[in-house]
Design a protein around this ligand. Structure first.
Ligand code: MD3
Ligand code: FE
Length: 195
C-alpha cells in the first residue's frame, strides 16, 4: 500500500519508534551457528520479540542485552494492524529492523511463528528499499519493487510463506531520518490461537 501513512503519521510513528529504541536499544543480531553479525540492526516491542543469536532463531519476552521485557507496541502501530490485518487478535511481536546505508537482507522465509493464518503487516520509514519477493521455493522466480517511507505491506494467505529479501537501500531518497537509512516494522502473531 503506497503512502499508507501520511507525512504527519510518519513523524508520529518515528517519534514512537525513537521512544521504543530508547527503552530497548537497537543491537546487532548474530547468525545461528556461525555467529556472524547480520547486517541489519534490530529491536522489538510487544509481548514477544524475534531474536537471532548463535543458538538459533526464536521469539522471547526480553531484550537480549538489557534483559528487560520489550516495551509495549505503540498505539499508532496497533492502529495500523487493526486497520490492515483483518485479524481478530492483536499482534504479539513487532520486529524493528534498521538498515544503515549499504545494508541488505538476504532472501528468506518467515517461519518462526506457530500460526501462519495470521498475516504479517510491514511498515517502512526512511530511505527507499528495493524489496524482492518470490514463491514458496527458494528457486522460484522473483519480482522486485520499491518500498518507500510510509508504505505498508500485508502478507497473508499464499504470500505469507513466500521467500523475500531486501536487495538494497537507496541512500538519500528520504529526509525523514536524520541519520539516513531505513526502518521497517513487521507486526506478527507468534502463537497459535485456540478457536
Ligand atoms: C513477505 N523484513 O523482518 S518487510 C523481516 O523490509 C523482513 O525489513 C523486510 O523480511 C524488511 O523478516 C521485509 C515486508 C515483508 C515482511 C514479512 C513477509 C514481506 C514478507 C513475510 C512473508 C512474505
Ligand atoms: Fe522476512
Amino acid at each position: 500500500m503506497q503512502g499508507y501513512l501520511s507525512e504527519k503519521r510518519r513523524l508520529e510513528l518515528l517519534d514512537a519508534l525513537r521512544a521504543v529504541i530508547a527503552a530497548a536499544p537497537l543491537y546487532q543480531p548474530k547468525m545461528p551457528r556461525s555467529g556472524r553479525p547480520l547486517s541489519v540492526k534490530m529491536t522489538n516491542c510487544g509481548p514477544l520479540g524475534w531474536v537471532s543469536d548463535i543458538g538459533g532463531y526464536r521469539y522471547q519476552p526480553t531484550h537480549p542485552a538489557t534483559g528487560r521485557p520489550w516495551p509495549p507496541i505503540p498505539p499508532i502501530v496497533l492502529a495500523a494492524w487493526e486497520e490492515l490485518s483483518s485479524y481478530p487478535h492483536p499482534p504479539e511481536a513487532c520486529l524493528i529492523n534498521y538498515y544503515a546505508p549499504d545494508t541488505r537482507m538476504g532472501l528468506h522465509q518467515d517461519k518462526d511463528e506457530a500460526d501462519f493464518s495470521a498475516p504479517v503487516v510491514s511498515l517502512s520509514l526512511g530511505d527507499d528499499a528495493i524489496f524482492r519477493i518470490g514463491g514458496l521455493a527458494r528457486g522460484d522466480p522473483t519480482s522486485s519493487f520499491i518500498l518507500k517511507s510510509g508504505d505498508a505491506v500485508v502478507l497473508g494467505g499464499e504470500s505469507r510463506l513466500a521467500f523475500h529479501g531486501v536487495d538494497r537501500i537507496l541512500n538519500g531518497t528520504s529526509a525523514l531520518l536524520a541519520e539516513g537509512g531505513r526502518f521497517n516494522l513487521t507486526l506478527r502473531r507468534v502463537s497459535a490461537t485456540a478457536t
